[in-house]
Design a protein around this ligand. Structure first.
Ligand SMILES: Nc1ncnc2c1ncn2[C@@H]1O[C@H](COP(=O)(O)OP(=O)(O)OP(=O)(O)O)[C@@H](O)[C@H]1O
Length: 461
């Protein structure tokens, strides 16, 4: 340990000679050394100053051998600061007493008379421990702050429709339990928003919420992403890495697009969920994890089980509580609420006065089928906010690729009202319009890139 690295040290001993020699030795290694003969001053000293290390005598003169007074003050110090690093000084080499002090929370002990080098080495080790305590508590603090920042600021619209009122009654009931939840619903119905809301309403709210998009994880990276790895476990493993499941420890783990897992990935995930422990790639030490699991998918998992595409045991493991998010077309009465919310958001974003929906616009939005659900509504409102110069948005401020209402493009509406056909048509037209650019087409459709890819696969486009 370099000079001065021991920080601020408090030495408590009723023997002046001991205090003196401690001071002579330690001042070369510490920022400051505070000496105190009278242990009764400990509460006062601790409440006024912050010490990195405390060197505490075990045997004060009234009570030479039993160490009782030393134990008493050790407890008082730890009551005051449970992470205090206390090194006991004992004159009698009484190992039993020293061991008891360690059990009661002392970090180490030294025998009197001490060897200077040994005392400095003991204190250096104790100081390192103190630093790692501090780091851990700082990291916890940062983690708490980041989690609350990440978890707030996303206002959720509950809605007043019958379809969601029931949903939120159940959410309120289950959020506080640790029950695993499966969210089912089409793209853009708000599964991630609901997962975050459940986390925020749970006892884990001040802990982390970790999302993993299973649709975006390749087979080869699955284990390393989810379970972590040890440096050197494979060519690209340049350093130790904590997996997402371990990172979610204490908090909520949100596994999105769970229906996209291959059979091999399903088997690995099931093992982890059953054992509630992960083994980092390249190690064989299981690490226990305590997570609340929320999974989501837009795929029909039960049918997939019947077709042998999804493991039944995995489905049972994740669906303790199953919540169905209604598509927007089944909660059209919530459109004005969503519209107010998003229009306010876009007024802020684009620094404009808040726009509102005129009657013709509202009627049109209510007639539309919303294959992209709330996400599509959000994008439609954003587009209209940007394009229109009027405070009141009208029907013609909205343009839908797959509209089945009167304002629809004739190619689509004249022929079909089947949602799959409409969707296929919309996807084709968006791709044409953007010359096959997936990102732009996805944005236009109000879909994520992953969701658009899945549709391209579904419709074999
Ligand atoms: N109840 C809601 N309140 C406010 N915003 C919402 C609500 N539901 C959805 N949204 C908005 O709609 C968009 C899509 O929501 P989200 O990503 O949660 O849907 P999802 O069902 O997880 O979609 P996907 O299946 O495509 O991943 C987000 O931008 C979100 O902010």
């Amino acid at each position: 340990m370099e000079e001065q690295n021991l920080g601020r040290i408090l030495v408590i001993d009723d023997n002046e000679d001991v205090l003196f020699s401690a001071k002579m030795l330690l001042r070369r290694h510490a920022k400051e050394v505070v000496m105190e003969k009278n242990p009764k001053k400990i509460p006062f000293l601790l409440s006024n100053e912050d010490f990195d290390l405390i060197l505490l005598d075990m045997n004060f003169s009234q009570d030479i051998t039993s160490g009782q007074e030393g134990f008493y003050w050790l407890k008082e110090i730890l009551k005051y600061d449970p992470s205090a690093v206390v090194v006991m000084i004992t004159a009698f080499g009484d190992v039993e007493m020293a061991v008891r002090a360690l059990k009661e929370g002392a970090t180490d002990f030294v025998l009197k008379p001490w060897q200077n080098e040994k005392l400095v080495a003991t204190l250096s080790a104790a100081a390192r421990l103190r630093n790692s305590y501090r780091e851990v508590s700082q990291l916890k603090e940062v983690n708490r702050t980041l989690s609350t920042q990440l978890n707030t600021g996303r206002n959720i619209i509950q809605g007043e429709s019958q379809a969601v009122r029931q949903l939120f009654t159940i959410i309120d009931k289950v959020a506080r339990t640790d029950a695993d939840i499966l969210l089912l619903g089409e793209n853009g119905t708000g599964k991630e928003v609901i997962a975050r809301t459940i986390h925020e309403r749970s006892s884990r709210a001040d802990k982390v919420f970790v999302t993993v998009d299973m649709g975006a994880i390749t087979e080869s990276l699955f284990e390393s992403e989810l379970f972590g790895h040890k440096k050197g476990a494979f060519t690209d493993a340049k350093e130790d890495r904590v997996g997402r499941i371990e990172a979610a420890n204490g908090g909520t783990l949100f596994l999105d697009e769970i229906g996209n897992l291959s059979p091999a990935m399903q088997a690995k995930l099931l093992t982890v969920l059953q054992r509630r422990e992960v083994i980092r790639v390249g190690t064989n030490r299981p690490i226990p994890v305590n997570v609340r699991l929320i999974c989501a998918t837009n795929m029909p998992l039960k049918e997939m089980v019947q077709r042998g595409e999804f493991r039944q045991d995995l489905l049972y493991r994740i669906n303790t509580v199953e919540l169905h998010l209604p598509p927007l077309r089944e909660r059209l009465e919530d459109i004005p609420l969503f519209a107010d919310h998003f229009l306010q958001e876009y007024a802020l974003k684009y620094k404009q006065p808040v726009k509102r929906l005129g009657e013709s616009a509202l009627a049109r939005l209510r007639r539309y089928g919303w294959p992209g659900n709330v996400r599509e509504l959000q994008h439609a409102l954003e587009r209209a906010s940007i394009m229109s110069d009027n405070r009141e948005l009208q029907s013609e401020d909205f343009f839908f690729l797959s509209e089945e209402g009167p304002a629809a493009a004739p190619a689509v509406t004249a022929q079909t009202l089947d949602l799959d056909d409409l969707e296929r048509e919309a996807v084709q037209r968006a791709l044409q319009k953007h010359d096959g650019n997936i990102s732009k087409a996805a944005k236009e459709l109000g879909l994520s890139r992953g969701a658009l890819y899945r549709r391209l696969e579904k419709y074999e486009l």
